[in-house]
Ligand binder design. Structure first.
Ligand code: ADP
Ligand code: 5GP
Length: 210
């Protein structure tokens, strides 16, 4: 029997490093599935529809929500964001783990619906000054958008204690190592190993070694 795939939720204030860490995790284990969110925000330079996000008009997004096609959805920075349900359910059934880069509202919704399948990690920046520097060096948002994201960052950070694990992303290599450790450990949880009971029964049925 294959285990169900787990749902790894990564949240952080914008700019703390979620997307970069997610890319590194996918390189570490290509069997991980990234949950490509739908959004009504405009693509950033270099973003590819279907890879980074499914870019939708508001009406199309809302129709998907009404049809029950979203596992969770929320309004973030004035745009709608949501995680399409079907690919997540398919991955879980196949025993593949899914990584979500979503905000605290999405984290709460998925945790409420599927608590036993979730491991959640909150990423903190080393300082607010460094967070702003990272948003600036990413070089993809206007000064106005960056100011808006900085203004919302304390709100996002206020939800840190709802997460199973909290990492301060000082150094990318160190944070990646910690994330990998979390995934490795979570995969070994007793309730994620459906074959264990049968394995232990077989152990007990073995003859005593002489
Ligand atoms: P998020 O997805 O959380 O909005 P990103 O992954 O886009 O954040 O990271 C924002 C910027 O900060 C990027 O330019 C990224 O390369 C940089 N960055 C991420 N983590 C670190 C780190 N530990 N040290 C220095 N720069 C980082
Ligand atoms: P960005 O516009 O920088 O890509 O993302 C802005 C914020 O929206 C980030 O905090 C990101 O984690 C969050 N986000 C992205 N996709 C989703 C989603 O599907 N659902 C929710 N709830 N938040 C999302």
């Amino acid at each position: 029997m294959a285990r169900r795939g787990l749902l790894l939720i990564l949240s952080s204030p914008s700019g703390a490093g979620k997307s970069t860490l997610t890319r590194r995790l996918m390189a570490w284990d290509p069997a991980l599935r990234f949950s490509v969110s739908a959004t009504t925000r405009a693509p950033r330079p270099g973003e590819v529809d279907g890879r980074d996000y499914h870019f939708l008009q508001r009406a199309a997004f809302e129709a998907l929500v009404v049809a029950g096609g979203m596992l969770e959805h929320a309004e973030v920075f004035g745009n709608l964001y949501g995680s399409p349900r079907a690919p997540v359910e398919a991955a879980m059934a196949e025993g593949r783990d899914t990584v979500f880069d979503i905000d605290w509202q999405g984290g709460q919704q998925i945790r409420q619906a599927m608590r036993d399948d979730v491991v959640s990690v909150f990423i903190l920046p080393p300082s607010m000054r460094e967070l702003e520097r990272r948003l600036q060096t990413r070089g993809q948002d206007s000064a106005e958008v960056i100011a808006g994201r900085m203004a919302k960052s304390r709100d996002e950070i206020s939800h840190w204690a709802e997460y199973d694990y909290v990492l301060v992303n000082h150094d990318l290599d160190a944070t990646e190592t910690d994330l990998v450790a979390i995934i490795r450990a979570d995969r070994l949880r007793r309730d994620r190993q459906p074959d264990l009971s049968a394995f232990v029964r077989a152990l007990n049925a073995e003859e005593e070694p002489r």
